[in-house]
Write a new protein. Sequence first.
Length: 161
Amino acid sequence: MQENLVLQLVAGGVAGCLFMDIWQRILYLLSGNPPSAWNIVGRWAYELATKGRLVNPNIENAPALSFELPLGWVFHYLVGCGYAAIYLVLMQAGYLTTSVVDGFIFGAASVVVPWFMFLPCMGKGMLARNTPVPLKVCTIALVTHIIFGIGIAFGIQLVAA
C-alpha cells in the first residue's frame, strides 16, 4: 500500500509538471508568451539553499550559474511532487478525487502560491503588481495551475487504476 502511494505521488507530480510544460509550449506557439524560465528558478533555488535567501528581487540580474537550468528543472519537478503529496493527503481525507473537476479546483486553489509567495520572492510583487501586465501574469498563472492540477489528478488516477 505504501509503495502505491509513493508511486501515485511521483506519477501525479510528474504528470502535473508535464501537463504544465506542454501547455506552456503550446501557449508560446499560439501567443509568443514565453514559458517559465527554469534557469532563473534554479538560480533562486540555489540562493535559497546556500544563503537562505527566500526573497531575492534581483535574482534575474544575478550572475548566471553553469548548473542553474538543470537545477531549475529538478526543482520544478520536486515541487510538483510536493503538490501531488498535498493532493493525496486531501484525497485520503475525502476532500478530493481524481476527477477532472477536482483537479481543476485543486489547480485553481494552488495558484495562491505563485500569486502570494513565489512572485513576491522574485521581486514581482503580490499578484504580479510589479510587472508591466499584472492581470496577464496572474491569468496565465491561474490557467497554468489549473492544467497542472488536472495533470496531477490524471497521474494519480493512472497509477491508482
